[in-house]
Design a protein around this ligand. Structure first.
Ligand code: TXA
Ligand code: MG
Length: 349
């Protein structure tokens, strides 16, 4: 299959490109498009066969449900059975934006979207290209992140093409994603509502609006035996570059990492370090990549997946990564980093 690539300026949208992409979606094709979090791989949310094609293209396990993307609240009425009170509050505060909510599903939503669950994940993105595409297609668009399953989510059209070129019909290239980490997922069917995946809308932002919000314990800890994350997708190895990633915590991190690097290089390994603007000059490794400044965790979130992919491009075999605080935006960063490392920590003195 030939994948058509189309550049589109989010500030000055070429309507004819959107009309073409919308027509492809209506015809059952797969179109990757930019959102403010990461790129999505879209299909017509009413079309079970088209949604199944998403699973094939990504190599995604079939029990991992998709998010339906909407561009107005009339669409929400068609796909959910009920709008819980907490959802109304969060919607008013954060939609359109990087927040996904889990609702009781309407009967009309195909099982291919929900993986057979009686709930459905819904997001109203704020990216102008995503909004225009959904509005013109006049369909809820089912879209997971547009990466091969298990790889870091794509924050640029080049990342999408690297993973899915030849497997999907079209890529709309709207430039770099603004947030760079996937949306926050809140299950509003729970009481109190529960954060299943941390993201740009932080617990600290949600708390004052709902009063009380819970956190799926697997957000921070490796799922204990028999304990599965509520978001099926969060149980898979994820966000992982090909290298073995280790997270290094403690006080003298740079010295500790440099000693390990020396040892691994002596064994003939190509070693990378995931550093920050503040620390990058401290390391002596084959590949030292900065995810931005510690003073700006939004920047770190935006750069993280691109840097994890860059370690692959530069053929790292082992990556030692610094850690970040488990609060505000840091929580989403650590959640993704822990998964990319398979929860392997090393303690520096
Ligand atoms: O920012 C995002 O959310 C991006 C953009 C494209 O919108 N999308 C995204 O989709 O990250 P995906 O498929 O990569 O992640 C969706 C997550 C998965 O972990 C999935 O298991 C979970 O949402 N999910 C979907 N439906 C669910 C449901 N009914 N109940 C619980 N978790 C659900
Ligand atoms: Mg994903």
């Amino acid at each position: 299959m030939q994948t058509q690539k189309c550049k589109i300026d989010p500030q000055n949208i070429d309507r004819s490109a959107i009309v073409q992409a919308a027509q492809l979606l209506k015809d059952g094709a797969l179109v990757a498009f930019p959102t403010e979090t990461v790129y999505g791989l879209g299909a017509n949310g009413w079309d079970a066969a088209a949604c199944k094609r998403i699973y094939q293209a990504k190599g995604r396990p079939s029990d991992n449900p998709l998010i339906l993307h909407i561009s107005n609240l009339d669409m929400l009425e068609q796909i959910v059975h009920e709008v819980p009170k907490a959802a109304k509050k969060l919607m008013d505060a954060f939609w359109p934006g990087p927040l996904t909510m889990i609702f009781p599903k309407a009967d009309a939503v195909p099982d291919a979207v929900t993986g057979g669950l009686d709930t459905v994940a819904v997001r109203f993105p704020s990216h102008p290209v995503a909004m225009a595409l959904i509005e013109v297609a006049a369909l809820p668009i089912a879209a997971p992140s547009a990466n091969t399953s298990g790889r870091p989510s794509p924050t640029s059209a080049a990342h999408v093409a690297y993973d899915l070129d030849g497997k999907i019909d079209m890529i709309l290239d709207g430039g770099e994603a603004q947030w760079g980490l996937e949306s926050t997922i809140v299950d509003v069917c729970e009481n109190p509502p529960m954060i299943l995946r941390p993201g740009a809308i932080t617990k600290e932002m949600i708390q004052p609006i709902l009063g009380d919000v819970a956190m799926d314990p697997t957000v921070l800890d490796k799922p204990a035996d028999g304990k599965k994350p509520k978001a099926p997708g969060m149980k898979y190895t994820h966000y992982a570059p090909k290298a073995d990633v280790y997270l290094v915590r403690g006080t003298h991190v740079a010295a500790y990492i440099n000693a390990l690097v020396e040892q691994k290089r002596a064994e003939g390994k190509r070693v990378g370090v995931l550093a920050t603007e503040e620390s990058k000059t401290l390391y002596d490794a084959d590949i030292v990549l900065s995810v931005g400044s510690r003073a700006d965790l939004e920047e770190v979130g935006a750069k993280l997946f691109g840097v994890l992919r860059e370690f692959d491009t530069q053929k790292a075999e082992i990556v030692y990564a610094e850690v970040f605080p488990y609060e505000a935006e840091g929580l989403a960063i650590m959640n993704r980093l822990q998964k990319s490392a398979g929860y392997r920590f090393l303690d520096a003195e």
